[in-house]
Design a protein. Structure first.
Length: 113
C-alpha cells in the first residue's frame, strides 16, 4: 500500500502545480483574440476600420479608426456628429397618459406592477 501512495501523491501534486501555473500564466500573459473586423465610412470622405478583440480574461476591447483627406472634412464630420447630439438634448417634455408633464425618473418610480 505504501508503494502505491507515493506515485498517487506525486501525481496529485503535479496536477495541482500545473493548474496553478496555468492560471498564473494566463493572468500575467493576457492574449487577445480578434473576434470581429470591419470597415466604416463617415461622410464626407471619412474611411476607416473597426476591430473587436476578446482578452483571455474575458474583457472585450473595441478599436475604431477614421482617416479624412483634409482637416476641413474632419471638422465638418465632427460638427455633423455634434449637430445630431444637440437634437437629442433639445427634446420636448415627456407626457404621461393624462398629458401631465413628467420626467423619466418620476414616471419610472410610479410604474405599477
Amino acid at each position: 500500500m505504501k508503494s502505491l501512495s507515493t506515485p498517487i501523491i506525486t501525481l496529485l501534486l503535479a496536477f495541482v502545480a500545473g493548474l496553478v501555473l496555468t492560471y498564473v500564466f494566463n493572468r500575467v500573459y493576457i492574449r487577445f483574440d480578434n473576434v470581429a473586423r470591419g470597415s466604416i465610412v463617415m461622410p464626407p470622405d471619412g474611411r476607416g476600420d473597426v476591430s473587436s478583440f476578446r482578452a483571455s480574461d474575458g474583457v472585450n476591447l473595441s478599436f475604431e479608426h477614421l482617416d479624412f483627406p483634409s482637416t476641413g472634412a474632419a471638422s465638418k464630420a465632427f460638427q455633423d456628429v455634434l449637430g445630431r447630439s444637440s437634437m437629442i438634448i433639445e427634446r420636448k417634455p415627456v407626457y404621461d397618459r393624462e398629458r401631465n408633464s413628467c420626467s423619466w425618473r418620476k414616471s419610472a418610480g410610479n410604474v405599477s406592477s
